[in-house]
Ligand binder design. Structure first.
Ligand code: ADP
Ligand code: MG
Length: 561
């Protein structure tokens, strides 16, 4: 759905709910008839009657007035029930998630027990025990909704307790209560708020359901459900008596749900940026330049040729130009380093090369990217798939994040091998072991069966390198491959990468914020700042006689012993 349409719906829902809530709140002071006063000489007047705007019911009571008072009761009960369920449920959930141990076990089994009953039947059973009446109906629907809040709160809290910032708070000497209120609660709250708005719609329906069955509001008090029940018998002769409250329930619940959805999109900054919209198979390209071959460079020789690349994020007023006018030529076997501080657009460029940059929010706004004479920007998903991982391979910064945590590493390396399906098991195994051996991993045959979390950071990155090498790629793009590793391991991994590259004659685009590392690895350096190239040339020349002030800063930042 387009953004403007979404916003339009949200505004309409917000105005509608605001009007309904205002009507319900101000009911006692509105110039409307007494909702419970029956005038037997004015029974069942049709809508738009001069005496009653929306007509009257079987006892001659004004329907318009009863709708407003009924709305007041329904909203009050639903909001109160939501609050009760939210407070009790979330407290149980947060405590269970935070404390774990026996309390978690006890609470969650209790919740499981509640959830094992069909929801409405449980509410009916509770009212049957407590007796009919609005307060009891309120308690019943609050109780049946406790499990939803408890489960949601527990799930989030459980995830939070493993976060470093909670550990840091504990190390800082905060007690459990302080951690719960200052660290956990603010992080759980937005989700609970959203759960509440969606639950509110349900609660209206449930209250109406119980009242419809005669278990909620008792006469003469009207709520929307009991009005619906009153009109049911007259459905064929005087449909307005039942239709009007039915319509109001429909509009109210729809409005609340739309409002809840809109609120969620507003509250979650990731949703606002469109980040959770499933990105397409390839980065969107705005304008395809068919041939941008400059006269002076013979792109016959170069393996990868990038011209005037522009990468943008976001839409409308919030467009960020992350990369602007990027140029690059890589020849077969060459190694080029891309340096720049964090946020300078290195990763965006790297991902754009095989169109892996997620769209939305990213897109290639202009420029050309050619690999081995083929235009990558005009390729379809199928053609790109044949380039990715086979001709151009990636090594990522965080080897743990790019490996499937539940799959033995050997199997993951095997999956990276092109045509693995058609190889027999033995040959495939041998190939995997050979690849792991090449990266210097000890005892590859045993390591194959191990899960990613059982390896050290350096070992995981070697697995990443093995996967990148699996298909003898012609270009490897390594995006900060050693930033997550400690210094000694870093050196070993870099040496390995350098040796492998030289032995295989693979071209390398090496990305780092560390000029010293890039200088050791690459013959050429491109310096990027705020998405623009500030300097490019031979490593030696750039380091000895830097032209740009920014490069000088980077050189000064290299620690010397
Ligand atoms: P780095 O050089 O550290 O790898 P990136 O290429 O990841 O930098 O990011 C470059 C710039 O692109 C950032 O400064 C940011 O402004 C923008 N950017 C990156 N990802 C997103 C995103 N998902 N949404 C909006 N802007 C983004
Ligand atoms: Mg990066």
């Amino acid at each position: 759905m387009s953004k403007s349409l979404n916003q339009w719906i949200l505004s309409v829902a917000a105005v509608l709910i605001a009007v309904l809530v205002l009507l319900a709140l101000t009911a006692p002071w509105l110039p409307i008839a007494d909702p419970n006063e029956s005038q037997l000489d004015q029974r069942l007047l049709p809508p738009l009657h001069p005496e009653a705007l929306l007509g009257t019911d079987t006892l001659g009571r004004d329907i318009f007035s009863r709708l407003i008072w009924g709305l007041r009761v329904s909203l009050l009960v639903a909001i109160a029930a939501t609050l009760v369920a939210a407070v009790i449920g979330s407290s149980i959930g947060i405590l269970a998630g935070y404390a774990r141990s026996w309390f978690d076990q006890l609470a969650m089994r209790g919740i499981d027990l509640l959830m094992a009953f069909p929801y409405l039947i449980l509410a009916l059973a509770i009212v049957a025990i407590l007796g009919p009446g609005l307060i009891n109906a309120l308690l019943a629907i609050a109780i049946v909704n406790i499990p939803f809040f408890a489960r949601t709160a527990r799930g989030i809290t459980l995830g939070l307790t493993r976060e470093p910032f909670i550990e840091a708070a504990r190390m800082g000497g905060q007690g459990h209560l302080s951690v719960l209120f200052r660290e956990v609660l603010p992080n759980v709250f937005p989700t609970l708020l959203i759960t509440s708005t969606t639950t509110l719609g349900w609660m209206i329906l449930e209250t109406a359901g119980l009242s419809f069955l005669g278990l909620g509001a008792q006469p003469p008090t009207a709520d929307l459900g009991s009005m619906l029940a009153d009109g049911r018998k007259l459905m064929l002769v005087h449909p307005h008596v039942a239709l009007l409250p039915g319509l109001l329930i429909f509009v109210l619940v729809l409005g609340l749900n739309l409002l809840g959805d809109g609120l969620r999109d507003r509250l979650d900054p990731r949703l606002r940026g469109g980040a959770l919209n499933a990105p397409g198979a390839a980065t969107t390209v705005e304008s395809i330049v068919v041939s941008a071959k400059g006269p002076e460079t013979d792109s016959k020789q170069s393996l990868l040729s990038i011209r005037d690349l522009v990468i943008e994020f976001g839409q409308g007023a919030g467009v960020v130009r992350a990369v602007d006018g990027f140029q690059l030529e890589i020849h077969a076997g060459q190694s080029i380093g891309l340096v720049g501080e964090s946020g300078s657009g290195k990763s965006a460029t790297a991902m754009a090369i095989t169109r892996l940059l997620p769209s939305p929010p990213g897109r290639i706004a202009a420029g050309s990217i050619e690999f081995d004479g083929r235009n990558l920007l005009s390729m379809n998903a199928e053609q790109l798939r044949r380039v990715r991982g086979k001709e151009v391979a990636y090594i990522f910064q965080d080897p743990l994040g790019s490996l499937n945590p539940l799959m033995p590493v050997g199997q993951q390396v095997a999956e990276a091998i092109h045509g693995a399906e058609s190889m027999n098991r033995k040959a495939l195994n041998e190939k995997v072991v050979a690849l792991l051996e090449e990266t210097g991993l000890p005892d590859p045959a045993t390591l194959c069966k191990v899960l990613p979390h059982e390896l050290s950071g350096g070992q995981r990155q070697r697995i990443g390198i093995a996967m990148a090498l699996a298909n003898d790629p012609r270009l490897i793009i390594a995006d900060e491959p050693t930033t997550a590793l400690d210094v000694t391991v870093q050196r070993k991994v870099l040496e390995l990468l350098d040796t492998l590259r030289k032995n295989r004659g693979t071209a390398l685009l090496f990305i780092s914020h560390d000029l010293a590392v890039v200088q050791a690895m690459c013959s050429q350096i491109v310096v990027l700042k705020d998405g623009r190239i500030v300097e490019a040339g031979e490593s030696e020349t750039v380091l000895r006689t830097p032209k740009a002030a920014y490069t000088r800063q980077l050189i000064e930042a290299i620690p010397s012993l």
